[in-house]
Ligand binder design. Structure first.
Ligand code: C2O
Ligand code: CU
Length: 494
């Protein structure tokens, strides 16, 4: 063989040595045009029992059960107490300031209409898609609905195409602050306004308290509260007690603080135990999360100012009342030691499953695209874990983040409680969350009871991160979903 031929051969071999693994990684990063979430990734039993048919790390239809998610509903024979119709449209949104942005509306507005129900009532929402190209769904963020009502395209239903309808029915069993949003192409549809506030009022109404919703959303780069920007006036009588329901519908955390002491009455629609007044501290509201603040409007006719981020605030008081700006406090409130402990109703030390949800980042391919992508337990999407549980299990999960960015982690269908952060035990009120801000370098231990069968997303609520692969699922033994990602219905939940 001549020298030239040798050189050529060596060059070809060297190129192949580089390209072949890349080609393999590229190929492995792609999913077919249609698939079931039950077929993706690998099964993680969290050290718990492996049921029949649920093979370890299997690829073939690995753990489907006889119960379809479509059958996991609330009493179909019961009449609705509250009926709401929501019509989704692609439209120009006019913000209260007069500014116009391209987006999506529900019943001609964005944020969509406030939905209010009372604890124990059955809500029935009829969703109609008038003109949203990609199809829509509605997810009831923070409500532990039966699985069929969860609104995740390709997991619990098909996306609702133009001219189509879908009905959601569920019983509101926990009072608190929630929101709803599309879970189809959500990284695009939520940013562009396909969302709205939802409040479940307690069975016994709170006497003498004025309810003030404060839904924060950033439209085309500008933060708004209830669709309005800048200082948003709220008219109440001098001396009123108010419950400000801060709802963060953005992709990142928002800080809130006020001109008067506030008490954090609830986080993610769960009351805190014996909360105390807070002064000179901001509170972080996780992306997707909610916080209910109790405050008193001054007696002297001036207004109370509640900042939601630096640029927007509620100015609450008598007509025309003013409140001077309040600089952001130097420190934040640490919920880990806020309020007092209370019984959890279960023992996290008797866990049946112990999962890890460790978030990193490294170069590779997702859906054939090269980039610096998120990893879960070292694996990149689609090779993500399927966390398997059985109904009744006590589940522990360690969520740690070494990815260089903050991740608001959101488990559907359940509230989990914080046990510790970076090894430091939670000593305050139990924090029952559905959306948890996990900052870079942090590690949280959380626990919950698997009491709501289904197939549930467990993902980052920075929805850009979700579409970039920071998505896993929690799945109950004996349950399976007939819905598929992609396919004819073009389901794309993220
Ligand atoms: Cu607010 Cu998976 O969603
Ligand atoms: Cu994230």
């Amino acid at each position: 063989m001549t020298k030239e031929r040798w050189r050529l051969l060596v060059a070809v071999a060297a190129t192949l040595a580089v390209v072949a693994p890349l080609a393999w990684l590229w190929q492995a990063s792609r999913m077919p045009g249609e698939y079931s979430v039950m077929e993706m990734g690998y099964v993680d039993h969290g050290g718990g029992p492996v049921s029949a048919g649920g093979g370890e790390g299997g690829q073939e239809g690995h753990h489907g059960g006889p119960t379809s998610v479509a059958d996991l509903v609330d009493d179909p024979d019961r009449d609705a107490d509250v009926e709401v119709e929501l019509v989704a449209e692609a439209a120009e949104i006019t913000l209260a300031s007069g500014r116009e942005v391209e987006g999506y509306t529900l019943n001609d507005v964005s944020p969509g209409p406030m939905i209010r129900v009372r604890e124990g009532q059955l809500l029935e929402v009829q969703l109609r898609n008038e003109s949203v190209e990609g199809g829509v769904t509605l997810h009831w963020h923070g409500v532990d609905v039966p699985n069929a009502e969860d609104g995740v395209a390709g997991v619990t239903q098909d996306a609702v195409g133009i001219g189509e309808e879908h009905t959601y029915r569920w019983v509101a069993d926990a009072a608190g602050t929630y929101w709803y949003h599309s879970h189809q192409i959500s990284h695009e549809q939520v940013i562009r306004g396909l969302l709205g506030p939802l409040v479940v009022e307690p069975r016994k109404p709170e006497a003498g308290v004025v309810d003030v919703p404060a839904l924060a959303h950033t439209y085309a780069g500008g933060r708004t509260i209830n669709g309005d920007d800048g200082d948003v006036p709220v008219t109440v009588e001098a001396g009123s007690r108010v419950r400000v329901r801060v709802i963060n519908t953005d992709n990142g955390p928002v800080r809130t603080w006020a001109s008067a002491p506030y008490t954090v009455a609830a986080v993610d629609a769960r009351d805190l135990n014996e909360p105390t007044p807070v002064a000179d501290r901001w509170l972080t509201v996780t992306a997707g999360g909610r916080a209910d603040l109790m405050l008193d409007v001054p007696e002297d006719g001036s207004a109370l100012r509640v900042q939601v981020g630096a640029a927007t605030a509620l100015v609450i008081g008598p007509e025309g009342a003013e409140a001077p700006p309040v600089p952001e406090p130097d420190d934040g409130l640490d919920l880990l030691s806020y309020g007092s402990p209370a019984d959890l109703g279960f023992d996290p030390d008797e866990a049946d499953r112990d999962f890890e949800y460790s978030i990193g980042r490294r170069p590779g391919f997702v859906q054939g695209k090269p980039g610096l992508w998120w990893t879960i337990n070292g694996h990149m999407w689609p090779n993500v874990p399927m966390f398997m549980v059985a109904e009744g299990d006590v589940v522990r999960m360690t969520i740690d983040n070494h990815s260089g960015d903050v991740h608001p982690m959101h488990l559907h269908g359940h509230h989990a409680v914080v046990l510790s952060r970076d090894g430091e035990e939670a000593t305050g009120s139990p924090i029952w969350f559905d959306s948890l801000d996990v900052q870079d370098g942090e590690s949280y231990e959380v626990a919950f009871v698997a009491d709501n069968p289904g197939v549930w997303m467990d993902h980052c609520h920075n929805l850009q991160h979700a579409v970039d692969g920071l998505v896993a699922h929690l799945m109950y033994e004996g349950v399976s979903t007939p819905y598929r990602i992609g396919g004819d219905a073009a389901n794309h939940p993220e």
